[in-house]
Ligand binder design. Structure first.
Ligand code: RTP
Ligand code: MG
Length: 156
């Protein structure tokens, strides 16, 4: 999941509910591919309260946490595993600062400047470190893996 033998790295990207419902998916994916990332996996999914809370567990004591969970469960999200050299920091650079209002001024070409609204509704997520990337990729994509193994066992 981390650095492969080819020197590439993986990160977890997500188009949040406002990005999906605002029809930014195709434009964001075009930016991703033009920026030399490969999309290794992708999944459109609806987060429930439990899953959104677990994903953002590091923020559970923050005052904005209940609003964050409401926002993240307000519609489907598109989660993607992106791969390239320095994928974690390059994707964070592409999305821009957390507050989309600030992004529009300081990083006008960033994705959050393109489709975000404010400090909460910022249309995309990116892992903030290689260890977060590993946790977040497993968070979404190990279910699929263990499900596959379980169904193989069922057939035996
Ligand atoms: P993300 O994890 O989604 O990529 O965002 P980030 O690293 O740029 O920012 P982080 O501090 O991890 O915050 C996670 C998400 O919580 C919402 N938030 N709302 N109302 C507020 O003041 C506030 N602050 C943060 C945002 O959706 C932010 O992306
Ligand atoms: Mg974060």
């Amino acid at each position: 999941l981390g650095d492969g033998a080819n020197g590439k790295e993986r990160t977890l990207a997500m188009i949040k509910p406002d990005g999906v419902s605002g029809n930014y998916t195709e434009e964001i994916k075009r930016i991703i591919v033009e920026s030399s990332f490969s999309i290794v996996r992708e999944m459109l999914t609806q987060l429930d309260n439990e899953k959104a809370s677990a994903f953002y567990d590091e923020h559970s004591s923050r005052s904005f946490f209940p609003d964050l969970v409401t926002y993240m469960t307000s519609g489907p999200v598109l989660v993607m595993v992106l791969e390239k050299r320095d994928a974690v920091s390059d994707w964070r650079g592409l999305i821009g600062p957390t507050d989309a209002q600030k992004a529009k001024i300081s990083h006008p070409h960033s994705i959050r400047a393109l489709c975000g609204k404010d400090s909460q509704s910022n249309c995309v997520h990116g892992s903030d470190s290689t260890s977060s990337a590993e946790r977040e990729i497993k968070f979404f994509f190990d279910d699929v893996l263990s499900g596959d193994i379980a169904s193989q066992h069922d057939e035996l």
